[in-house]
Design a protein around this ligand. Structure first.
Ligand code: ADP
Length: 264
């Protein structure tokens, strides 16, 4: 169980995350939706301690992670794999070596930096690439791949960390619709087959509805909706995205759960 208790993050005058309390059972697949600036990214970054909260606590299976540092913090970060919108791969490195860097959090020392990864890590990297249908591209430079392929490589790299949680920050925002579907199917399959908890920030409401059994809606740093896609009716959508969404929709649509694409 991942538990956030009264979590807040301030940047000067800006309250990016405002008193968020959530319980996320291990193995859940949760979509976090909201307008730009709602605090979605900061929430994920707080969870893996890329930034520290101004107030509140994060617990994993009952153990606080807020005070971790040194080796314990590195281990926590390894357990929370991040997936980013811009993939964060080394474009000139080949796919295999990009994926292998995911194991660096567990293999310290100079050998990995010299690309001397142990045979078992190399075998595991190939297996992860195979699972994501990317093994054929193992020796290609990442800069030669499509965005969707690069995101699958980035997910394979994250899996090398053997994470308990994947925190995916707008993983499909740079992708065309077909690649976006493939990446979401990949995350959903990893969640289903491996029981890895997935928290995914999404801009597109229709995608969140289809892939995430639980949706958390954020506005101005606060959680304003937490429930199933079926419960996400027009009033909740308005609270999350604001009135402008309705101006772009027909009155008939606003009476029922909304089927919107990307909204700003
Ligand atoms: P979202 O992911 O929903 O777009 P963010 O979490 O990125 O929202 O941002 C929430 C708010 O916090 C925004 O007002 C943003 O400008 C602000 N913010 C985020 N990161 C920083 C930072 N490092 N320094 C200052 N303000 C920040």
């Amino acid at each position: 169980m991942l538990e956030l208790k009264g979590l807040s993050k301030r940047f000067g005058e800006t309250v990016a995350v405002d008193n968020v309390s959530l319980k996320i059972p291990a193995g859940a697949m949760v979509g976090v939706i909201g307008r730009s600036g709602a605090g979605k990214s900061t929430l994920l970054r707080l969870i893996n301690r890329l930034c520290d909260p101004t107030a509140g606590e994060i617990m994993w299976h009952g153990t606080p992670v807020g005070g971790l540092n040194g080796k314990a913090l590195r281990e926590w970060r390894a357990r929370c794999g991040m997936v980013f919108q811009q993939f964060n791969l080394s474009p000139r490195l080949d796919v295999m070596n990009n994926v292998l860097t995911g194991s660096l959090c567990r293999n310290q020392g100079i050998a990995p930096l010299l690309k001397m990864f142990p045979a078992e890590e190399r075998a595991r990297a190939i297996l992860e690439l195979h699972a994501l249908d990317m093994a054929d591209a193992a020796l290609q430079r990442c800069c030669t791949l499509s965005g969707g392929q690069q995101q699958r490589v980035a997910i394979a790299r994250t899996l090398m960390q053997m994470p308990d949680i994947i925190l995916a920050d707008e993983p499909i925002a740079s992708l065309d619709p077909a690649n976006a579907e493939t990446v979401m199917e990949t995350l959903a399959r990893i969640n289903r087959e491996r029981g890895i908890t997935v928290l995914v920030n999404l801009h597109a409401l229709d995608i969140a509805r289809r892939y995430c059994p639980r949706i958390i809606g954020m506005a101005q740093g606060r959680v304003v909706f937490d429930g199933s896609p079926d419960a996400l009716h027009a009033a909740a959508v308005e609270q999350i995205y604001g009135r402008h969404v309705f101006e772009a929709s027909s009155p008939a649509v606003t009476q029922s759960p909304m089927r919107l694409g990307a909204v700003a």
